[in-house]
Design a protein around this ligand. Structure first.
Ligand SMILES: *Cc1c(COP(=O)(O)O)cnc(C)c1O
Length: 356
């Protein structure tokens, strides 16, 4: 068709499968195995259908913004809220990555980054992780790499590897790139890592992005946020209000606030997942798996004998879903989300049969 010449063609991100059948053990998309905070259920019961007649409040003027600002000890002028961190990241790409120079991200990382870069025609370069799947900081510092970039984005801990970069590494990269924006995607920071949030007062080129989808057990409500210097946040809001004034819905704003207010429940759930993860490291090592040390709510594992693809298929036959990518360097790895202790026991038993 002639009109196809004018289509903005793009290859979309492929998300993990969402099987809806009962009885499936779903360890493939890093959701929380625990319910959201009890206060969220109460807030849900208290939702007022009459409110839906009205456009929702602007996110930065809501109880959700106030709760997040209080939780992190920052002003609401340092906070941007969006429809999941995918929305936040996508808008940040559009806002900050407008240079002819390539943006930089790791070769093994969240596979949405190249999708957004292609969508907005942002040039990019993938910097290889080292053999232990660590980000090589020198690859992001012009004086060492010789690459002058238009911006930087990486998850910390990285996904799908789970490898954490210590705070001094993050700071070194941010400090060496004051002329561009550095986005640190902290989707998994609540599972034992140290957030680089404390750096936003010193570095106005740092944007820290977090989400309710993993540690807050609210992937279905689609809430994400970014924190940074007021100037950065202002530019993000300008772009957001040039696309859609009302991205967040009334229910998400109410329920998100209820989640943040229950800090105790949040900490308990994160600790429980970390405990299960540390135990899983022992079990999986015993079954012949190797993996980088993970600080996230998943493990990135490879078996010394059985190919990852085969394990993936056999687990699926047993109604256990994990994630596998047919991609260079990682085709022999599986990413396994940490579930409840009971789900993990079922996983170990199935793996014992497959790999034993
Ligand atoms: C899950 C994930 C996100 C996005 O999650 P949302 O549900 O859109 O908040 C962003 N970055 C990484 C690295 C993730 O794993």
């Amino acid at each position: 068709m002639k009109w196809e010449e004018n289509v903005r063609r793009t290859v979309p991100y492929t998300a993990g499968e969402q099987p809806r059948r009962a009885g499936v053990i779903k360890l493939n998309t890093n959701e929380s195995p625990y319910p959201p905070a009890p206060g969220v259920e109460r807030a849900l019961a208290a939702l007022d259908a009459g409110q839906m007649r009205l456009y929702p409040a602007f996110p930065e003027q809501t109880e959700l913004a106030e709760a997040l600002a209080a939780y992190y000890g920052i002003g609401t002028d340092r906070l941007f809220i969006g429809v999941g961190s995918d929305d936040v990241l996508c808008q940040a790409f559009m806002t900050f990555f407008n240079s002819d120079r390539p943006i930089l991200f790791p070769d093994i990382t969240y596979s949405f980054y190249d999708v957004w870069a292609d969508l907005y025609r942002i040039p990019y370069r993938r910097q290889p992780l080292d053999e232990a799947f660590r980000i090589r900081r020198e690859d992001y510092i012009e004086a060492k790499s010789g690459i002058r970039c238009g911006g930087i984005v990486f998850p910390n801990p990285n996904a799908p590897t789970g490898v954490l970069m210590p705070l001094d590494g993050v700071e070194e990269i941010v400090a060496a790139n004051r002329d561009v924006v550095v986005i640190v995607d902290e989707a998994y920071i609540d599972f034992g890592g140290t957030s680089c949030l404390e750096l936003i007062d010193r570095y106005d080129n740092l944007l820290v992005v977090q989400t309710f989808s993993k540690s807050r057990a609210m992937a279905g409500m689609r809430i994400g946020y970014a924190m940074g210097a007021p100037k950065l946040i202002g530019y993000l809001n300008d772009v957001k209000y040039s696309v859609n004034s009302y991205t967040m819905n009334y229910a998400a704003l109410q329920l998100g606030a209820a989640s943040v207010k229950d800090a105790g429940y949040f900490r308990t759930c994160c600790e429980r997942i970390v405990r299960t993860r540390e135990h899983a490291k022992k079990e999986l090592a015993g079954l012949g798996f190797t993996f980088p040390d993970s600080y996230a709510n998943f493990l990135f594992v490879s078996h010394k004998r059985v190919p990852a693809k085969e394990i993936f298929e056999r687990l699926k036959e047993n109604d256990i879903y994990v994630r596998h990518w047919d991609k260079e360097r990682i085709e022999n790895y599986l990413r396994i989300t940490i579930g409840t202790d009971e789900q993990m026991q079922a996983l170990y038993a199935a793996l014992e049969k497959i790999c034993g």
